[in-house]
Design a protein around this ligand. Structure first.
Ligand SMILES: [Zn+2]
Length: 597
């Protein structure tokens, strides 16, 4: 027997076991009585003994099995799909290695006197006989002189069954795929040469190359390739392979979970900076409001948000809530102006069953709903005096009583209130409780009207355009020049909300890739490039009715106050109503400083 291969799979017993399962293919051109393949004078075909009546084929004393290449292809596919490319490659190389080794052993037993060079020739001949491929050596680049320590073969496999199968099953590959062939040549040549050899496929038809080329040499002469190939020839138990795969999956899962956690953290961080995508702007007045709100958010004090309708007072309240320690609890918003006076108390404090007609079940009010969280009372100036009294008590005592109930319930609620009314004036007119006003007026944040937010209107317009274009699936890109000019000139008495509705309408009506002035509401037309003061009652001058009301008021201070009330605090309109410039209005308001707010 020729020297044992260093790649031997853990001893002879196991090799033999593997060998008994070796599957080989004969191609059709071979016929036992026909063509005779010879390796340097040895009739190799005669070595095969066929015993069809017993269902056995022999090569010397080693049993062989004939099987279709398709079946081997199916096995290949199973391995690749079950274990992945890397594991399948290793398994098939070791399979080929066992076959090469077994053939070498069979021939060594049959021809104990053959030289190692002869044995090296047996391998390719036998492999050809078995229908695996035809080996064509390149004589120029091949040198076999074992006695003097030379062994270098460069050759190609013609008609590799493996490249054919792989191409058919998987298409082009990005690595060589003649794994069993390389394994066979490595096993056989190591055994024949009596030293450790390595066979590396350098080009493969399955990669689109013209031929499947390979190099055979002593492992010591190709240290880099040997190191790279080594893992493929190391035996691996399936449970270990599977464990390795499980570990890999687990690691990936951990990484994925870590990634998700980080994304979620970043989202939280982002959310704490910005409660709504609509809450954007970088004008000084907007940023000042945001800064004040952010700095008082964690203090748990009551916050009073002032500003005209549509300026985003609720978004500011949410901003306070999201940056407070109560952020994980409820944020409950109530628009007091939407509640009829008769229902205000029931909505705020809840009621017992039968407390009034229609009270069919005990119901909690918004104070209870916002327990431990934040209660946003919008348009608080519209509450009845009775409701105001009860809110004051709830704030002072930290408890509420449902309508029709005698017992009180503890509530821990942070109030953010908002109004577009002049509460001080209401206090003077006894329509708003003074003690509640001071209770609410601890920290005041004023949301600036849109017309005082400079270029924010364009940022917001662009933002809404993008949002609505996506919502209505429109291929819109931008605002036309005239639309931009009108947006810049218009006074936006309805503020951000009005702008949002205008852009929404514009997006719906727009026919091309632009929203033009014609797509925007009529109020904006005729303003392109012009001054923001128009004759419209919404933006500038007074109506006849307002004129009459103002004319009936004696005293400058009272007139200013009335104008503020009529205009919902819109100073631009106040200035227009009184026929003053904004600077004059500002100077006179400063004079009556109690009007400030
Ligand atoms: Zn190949």
């Amino acid at each position: 027997m020729v020297g044992a291969s260093l790649y031997c799979l853990n001893g002879t017993d196991e090799t033999l076991q593997m060998f008994q399962r070796v599957v080989l293919c004969f191609n059709e051109t071979f016929h036992p009585e026909g063509r005779v393949l010879k390796a340097k004078g040895v009739d190799l075909a005669s070595l095969f003994r066929f015993q069809p009546e017993e269902g056995r084929i022999w090569l010397k004393d080693y049993r062989m099995v004939m099987m279709s290449a398709c079946a081997l292809g199916a096995l290949r596919r199973e391995l690749i799909e079950t274990l992945g490319m890397e594991q399948a490659r290793g398994a098939m190389k070791r399979f080929g290695h066992a076959a090469g080794l077994a053939d070498a052993h069979a021939l060594a037993e049959r021809f104990p006197d053959a030289t190692p060079e002869q044995h090296l020739d047996f391998g390719p001949a036998l492999h050809g006989l078995e229908g695996v491929a035809n080996i064509v050596r390149d004589p120029e680049k091949t040198r076999i002189d074992l006695e003097n320590g030379h062994l270098h073969v460069e050759a190609h496999w013609q008609h590799s069954y493996e490249a054919e199968q792989h191409l058919e099953l998987f298409g082009l590959s990005d690595e060589p795929v003649c794994w069993t062939l390389a394994g066979y040549a490595t096993g056989h040549s190591s055994s024949a040469a009596g030293d450790r050899t390595i066979v590396v496929e350098t080009e493969c038809k399955a990669m689109g190359h013209e031929r499947c080329r390979f190099v055979l040499d002593y492992a010591r002469n190709m240290p880099e390739e040997t190191k790279r190939e080594e893992p493929d020839y190391q035996k691996q138990h399936l449970p270990e392979v599977l464990q390795g795969l499980f570990d890999k999956v687990n690691r990936q899962e951990l990484l994925a979970r870590e990634g998700e956690r980080r994304i979620s953290n970043l989202e939280d961080e982002l959310a704490s900076y910005r409660v709504s995508p609509d809450f954007i702007g970088d004008s000084p007045r907007f940023e000042a409001a945001l800064k004040t709100a952010s700095s008082v958010a964690h203090v748990d004090a009551t916050v009073l948000v002032l500003g005209e309708s549509g300026t985003g007072k609720e978004l500011l309240a949410r901003h306070v809530h999201e940056r407070s320690l109560r952020r994980d609890r409820a944020f409950v918003a109530v628009n007091c102006s939407a509640l009829p006076e008769t229902l205000q108390e029931a909505e705020l404090f809840g009621y017992a069953k039968g407390a009034f007609t229609g009270a069919s079940a005990p119901t909690a009010g918004v104070f209870e709903a916002a327990h431990k969280g934040t209660l946003f009372l919008d348009e608080i100036g519209d509450l009845s005096l009775t409701a105001q009294t009860k809110i004051l008590r709830a704030l002072q005592e930290g408890e509420v009583k449902r309508l029709g109930e005698a017992r009180t319930r503890k509530v821990d609620v942070r109030i953010v209130a908002a109004t577009n009314k002049d509460l001080k004036a209401m206090v003077r007119e006894n329509t708003f409780r003074e003690d509640l006003f001071y209770r609410l007026n601890v920290i005041t944040v004023t949301m600036p009207p849109l017309r005082e937010r400079g270029v924010d209107r364009f940022h917001l317009a662009a933002h809404f355009l993008e949002r609505f274009a996506a919502q209505f699936s429109k291929p819109l890109r931008e605002l036309s020049c005239d639309a931009r000019a009108a947006i810049g000139a218009y006074a936006w008495p309805g503020n951000v909300r009005e702008l949002q509705h205008a852009i929404e309408r514009g997006v719906i009506l727009a026919a091309g890739r632009e929203v033009t002035l014609a797509d925007l509401p009529e109020e904006l037309s005729g303003l392109g490039g012009g001054p923001s003061r128009s004759s419209s009652t919404q933006t500038g001058g007074t109506t006849a009715e307002e004129d009459t009301q103002l004319a009936n008021i004696a005293g400058e201070e009272a007139r200013i106050r009335k104008a503020l009330e009529l205009s919902n605090g819109n100073r631009e309109r106040v200035a227009a109503m009184l026929g003053w410039s904004r600077t004059t209005l500002w100077r006179r308001m400063k004079k009556y400083s109690q009007l400030e707010n």
